[in-house]
Write a protein that binds this ligand. Sequence first.
Ligand code: PBG
Length: 327
Amino acid sequence: MTLPFDLNQRPRRLRRTATLRRMVNETRLSANDFMYPLFVCHGKNVSEPIGSMPGVYHLSVDNIIKQAENAFKLGVPSVLLFGLPKTKNARASEAYAEKGIVQQAVRAIKQNVPDLVVATDVCVCAYTDHGHCGVLRDGEVDNDPSAELLAKMAVSHAAAGADIVAPSAMMDGQVAAIRYALDDKGFKNTAIMGYSAKYASAFYGPFREAADSAPGKGDRKAYQMDPANAREALLETELDVEEGADIIMVKPALAYLDVLSLMRENFEQPLAAYNVSGEYSMVKAAAAKGWADERAVALEMLTSMRRAGADIIISYWAADAARWLAE
Ligand code: PBG
């Protein structure tokens, strides 16, 4: 059977060969796009697999240097550090300790891989005994003292040499509090990456095992955003930008690609997408069952984040993806 009319447009013409497809490809993914999250713990030569996140480890400082170096050699420009403290308490005291685990890791990485950009997560949920992202008063997270605590934590990271501090606690005014404290202490060049539109998402499940940061009681809905809201993402981001954020973010990424593209249209700052633990682990689990091709699915997901407008993709696949893209 042939069509009884001529087609003027045949988009398949440009899909015919690999070279034609390469020529008209609109979205290019490269190692440069990634930021690699790493979990640092106390001890020596520790490399403890995280059950809920195959391929991700709790690493002691000596091992984190190796991972950071490896990622940098693969072309990944930056890492994002999360810490597992020795002790947790109501004041989250290890969060801002000069010899805290993240502070040690930052120093060690900057000493050994000086050109690698080191970003740090600034949130106290892994450091408080109750697991919330700030200090509690009458069972509720008290905003302003929490913002101050985050500022203190950010200054300690900057003092250790962090290039970027990334507040993720969703406290009002956290970026302003951090910018003020950094400038006041002489860290004018430390950049801030705001977790501007961070949703109260079920996709963080596996991470809470990784960072041992699940709230003991309740949830985070009184400070993280409602997944149903997109306009509110613009409001949160406007505030972050006014307060001095250098980089803005949408988190999670995969179920929020519409929010990413909205942010791309409305802001000029570099835009980050956080490809979170749940997005990673569900592909790993499906791949382990033989139901998904990990590499193909992961690269398709990462490409979709770029297509939606992300400049930076924070991903547990960063090193693997950089390797796949180089093959
Ligand atoms: C800390 C924080 C979380 C994540 C990044 N920073 C957990 C949370 O808010 O519950 C999630 C990262 C991931 O799921 O990969 N507040």
